[in-house]
Design a protein around this ligand. Structure first.
Ligand code: SF4
Length: 907
């Protein structure tokens, strides 16, 4: 048996102290031998093929190795892929638990079609052919009748780069919808208005100080790839401060935990900016060269001298109100917090890094200003794009495209980007039921894909009302490997491959480096290796589970079988004109032409680029380095230098955003603080009101996708309400008692956890559990969902758990060992929509009233009144600043995931 070996490659140019042995090296992948643990004490060897693929459980795209028994062809386990540059052989708990999902005894293995009424729980098997004909025919009809806006694809976890966007572009529909505005749209607006890229990419490898506004070590964006780099940096001496209202596991690894009032984070950061300015510990040269301070002076101090010194003077005046004393009061943090952060940032200088993605930005009205304020600190310290600083994500992520790209369409779908939200960073997805009602419109063909809005989004009962209405949704196709709350109201359920059952290309900004990963269907690849023949995933995946890319290509050819719509040519085989592309052709074309350095690397090993990617599962693209804005380019600086600069309208870092100013947010055109909907001043504590923080993840679960992983469910299966001891006493709650939490549109009953790990005055509840189903055998996995009864009356919904989670019969004896009963509460159902008027982000935090449960209340009860949710929707709509501005629906420089022509931006 071979010894486990050190990974053969390290990050280019970096000395990495990762000494733990990870995964077998590639030269052993064709025949990896281990002793069978089940046969112990006998020494029985088992021979595996190790096939690389990519995890699909969160967005990090870590590399996995599937261990396939060479005798049986069965996948026995998953471990990390040691040659993946992002994850470097490591995974979190969810990566290896992929084996649970593959072997899930309740997974959907055949296409299903609804019988009877929507939501009635009656299904029949249907052939793929029949489903393709029906759906393809309907889309073709919509396109021929110029009803392109009637087709919509709504995605939760994309898990791939570019394929579906290109397909929708080929169809010519403005029909891409996403989950982003319940996730990260706020931070994206804040980052993009500063530096033209909508995400940060921290370089922990050389940082001296990291400020994390998130539970980033355990559940953050790019969780495992970032966490391992943070811990390496910490071992090297990097200091860490974590701003989080709740004592997360991340806080326990920090040098300083800063528990601030939720929604006050921008005030804290601006207090630090004030302190840096007051001490004059800022990078003058960088700020003067790279910010648009002249535009700020022109707008706000036109009659002034127009000098940089004047700019600094105005800055100090502008932020004077954010004194340490104000911050202590407003943010309810310990005295000395501002000074501590200013000390650390000043000491780290250009080696100050940070991370903010969801967390503080995603809970609050004005949350996008948290990102604006955070980036302000980076600008002041000159730590943008430096070693140990913060890169724009666009430097580090790379999404290759096929050489033949369809032209952009010229449509604008108001169901996605309504006029009221011209700056919404992504589609206004969570408002869809309200928008359809408000606009009195319909979607004829609606795909939900790895997307469970009934459970995940706020106001899920309005989603139920929309999905059951055939006047609003003509045909609902749920593309999903497993049951979900939303799939219960589908017309078709089409079983799509899990992570190791599909092809995708993925790249993420995990560090100061660039890579692509290749997810591949393990069964198909094993078949190819054994027989030398490429097959379809329909046949090499379990049951009749298909992969999405093959499905979409087949559907495209049903929509346009003779090519007369000009669509199918984008998925046509070059070798066999008139026929659909295979996966080998589609991905081979990209790897041959669109990934710098890959053809040369493949040639050096005597293989094609596609064979290289099938062999290793990832490719490390030669890194272009940092401080790219200083390279020769198109942006003319004062003094005549022409540099690359940033992708903002001015090419500079926009301290002052003319876009925000012109589009109705002039007051907030510079980093500023917007009081949130859960500001403590607006809370009547005596009446039992509190701020509810509902946004945190559990490290071992991932939204709607991990319910079918038995190991993960055993570890985490419930979501108690975190209550500080002072609040418990004031509210009459005791450890493990039941509480009623009342929102603006309903209430839920939940178990109490009294803990000092939460800020007094705030209660917290994770959104990762609380799954439910309406029917015993269909609609949800029995491992993770309670069976509920829903009583409905005049727009109200009352959910009661009829049967908790417990042991059940299946082919897996472990399902008889389910020892827990409480499976959490779907609190999101009771949240009204609260769209931020600028970013369009749902502002998750809730002003709630907390009281002991009443006599008839039972654990898991949920009540919602959708009439009230419509009222709250209207209240938030009144805050919006609708287009047009200068005849435009949206600033031309602001992108969209599926960008139409510039003409479509004009109203
Ligand atoms: S961090 Fe995300 S992608 Fe990586 S192993 Fe965990 S769940 Fe999978």
């Amino acid at each position: 048996m071979s010894e486990r070996e050190q990974p053969p490659r390290k990050e280019p140019g970096r000395e990495s102290p990762w000494e733990l042995a990870v995964g077998p090296a590639p030269e052993h992948w064709d025949d990896w031998v281990e002793l069978d643990p089940q046969a112990w004490p006998k020494r029985v060897e088992r021979h595996y093929r190790c096939i690389p693929t990519i995890c699909f459980n969160c967005e990090s795209a870590c590399g996995l190795l599937a261990f396939v028994d060479k005798q049986t062809g069965v996948i026995e386990k998953f471990e990390g892929n040691p040659v993946h540059p992002g994850s470097r052989g490591r995974t979190c708990a969810k990566g290896p638990a992929t084996i649970n999902q593959v072997r899930d005894t309740e997974r959907i293995l055949k296409p299903l079609k609804r019988k009877g009424a929507r939501g009635g729980g009656e299904w029949e098997e249907v052939s793929w052919d029949e489903a393709l004909d029906d759906i393809g025919g309907r889309i073709r009809k919509a396109l021929l009748e110029d009803r392109h806006d009637d087709v919509m694809y709504h995605v939760g976890r994309p898990g791939e780069d570019h394929f579906v966007l290109r397909m929708l572009k080929a169809w010519g529909v403005d029909g891409h919808n996403s989950h982003t505005n319940v996730c990260s749209a706020a931070a994206r607006l804040g980052f993009s208005t500063w530096f033209g890229a909508d995400r940060p990419s921290p370089d922990y490898s050389e940082a001296e100080f990291a400020l994390l506004l998130s539970a980033h070590l355990e559940t953050g964006h790019y969780f495992n790839p970032h966490a391992q780099r943070i811990m390496e940096a910490k071992e090297r001496g990097m200091k860490i401060a974590v701003v989080d209202t709740r004592l997360s596991n991340t806080c326990t690894h920090a040098d300083r935990w800063i528990s601030s009032w939720p929604g006050s984070e921008a005030a804290l950061l601006l207090g630090v900016a004030r302190e840096l300015l007051a001490r004059d510990t800022i990078d003058h040269a960088f700020v003067e060269r790279w910010t648009n301070w002249r535009a700020f002076l022109a707008a706000r101090d036109a009659s002034g001298p127009g000098t940089f010194a004047r700019f600094l003077e105005l800055l100090r005046t502008e932020y004077e109100r954010f004194t340490p004393e104000f911050v202590v009061e407003e943010c309810k943090v310990e005295p000395g917090t501002v000074e501590y952060l200013a000390d650390e940032i000043a000491a780290a200088g250009s080696r100050f890094t940070s991370h903010l993605w969801r967390n503080a930005a995603s809970g609050n009205h004005g949350g996008w200003q948290v990102a604006r304020a955070l980036l302000f600190l980076h600008v002041l310290s000159g730590s943008i794009g430096t070693p140990g600083g913060l890169n724009p994500n666009s430097w580090d992520k790379f999404a290759p495209e096929p050489p033949l790209e369809p032209p952009p369409h010229s449509r604008w779908n108001e169901k996605l980007f309504p006029k009221e939200f011209p700056l919404a960073h992504y589609e206004m997805s969570f408002l869809l039921p309200h928008l359809l009602e408000h606009q009195d419109s319909k979607i004829d063909v609606y795909f939900t894909r790895v997307y469970n809005p009934v459970w995940t989004n706020p106001d899920g009962c309005s989603w139920i009302e929309m999905l059951e209405s055939e006047e609003r949704i003509g045909l609902h196709i749920a593309l999903t490997p497993t049951w979900s709350e939303t799939a219960q109201w589908a017309d078709y359920i089409l079983p799509m491959g899990l992570g190791p059952e599909r092809h995708d290309i993925m790249s993420q900004e995990t560090h100061a480096g660039t890579w692509i990963g290749f997810r591949q269907p393990v069964g198909r690849e094993f078949h190819r290796m054994q027989t030398g023949e490429s097959a379809s995933t329909l046949g090499t995946n379990p049951g009749e589970v298909w992969e999405e890319a093959e499905f979409w290509i087949a559907l495209t050819w049903r929509i346009d079988p003779d090519g007369s719509l000009g669509i199918s040519k984008f998925f046509e085989s070059k070798e066999r004109p008139g026929e659909a592309q295979t996966m080998d052709e589609y991905f081979g074309d990209i790897f041959d032409h669109s990934v710098p350095g890959l053809p040369e690397a493949a040639q050096a090993e005597g293989v094609t680029p596609l064979e290289y990617m099938r062999r290793y599962g990832a490719f490390d693209i030669s890194y272009q380095g940092q401080q790219r804005y200083e390279r020769e380019g198109e942006v003319e600086l004062e003094g005549g230098d022409r540099k690359v600069g940033f992708k903002t309208p001015s090419g500079l870092l926009e301290f002052y955003s003319p876009t925000l100013s012109e589009w109705g947010f002039d007051e907030h055109a510079i980093p500023n603080y917007i009081k949130s909907q859960v500001n403590w001043r607006g809370i009547d504590f005596e009446k039992g009101e509190r701020a509810l923080l509902p946004t945190f993840r559990l490290p071992t679960l991932i939204h709607t996708r991990s319910a079918n992983a038995k190991w993960l469910q055993e570890i985490s299966h419930t979501n108690p309400l975190w209550v500080h001891p002072e609040d418990a006493e004031a509210l009459g709650l005791t450890q493990a008692s039941l509480a009623r939490v009342t929102t603006a549109i309903g209430y839920f009953i939940v178990r109490v956890w009294v803990t000092e790990g939460i800020h007094p005055g705030v209660v917290a509840c994770s959104h990762h559990v609380g799954r439910w189903r309406m029917h015993c055998e269909v609609g949800g996995t029995k491992l993770a969902s309670s069976l509920v009864e829903i009583r409905r009356e005049d727009g109200t919904f009352f959910f009661r758990q009829k049967q908790p989670v417990g042991p059940f019969e299946s082919s897996d004896p472990d399902t008889q060992r389910v020892h827990w009963k409480e499976t959490g509460v779907n609190q999101n159902l009771t949240f009204p929509v609260q769209p931020d008027p600028a970013s369009g982000m749902h502002c998750w935090h809730q002003l709630v009233t907390v009281s002991p449960a009443e006599a008839d209340d039972q654990y898991g009860d949920i009540f919602v009144d959708t009439k009230k949710s419509r009222e709250v929707f209207q209240e938030w709509m009144a805050k919006t600043k609708p287009a047009p501005v200068q005849g435009l629906r949206r600033p031309l420089w602001m992108n969209r995931p599926l960008r139409p022509t510039d003409d479509a931006y004009r109203l």
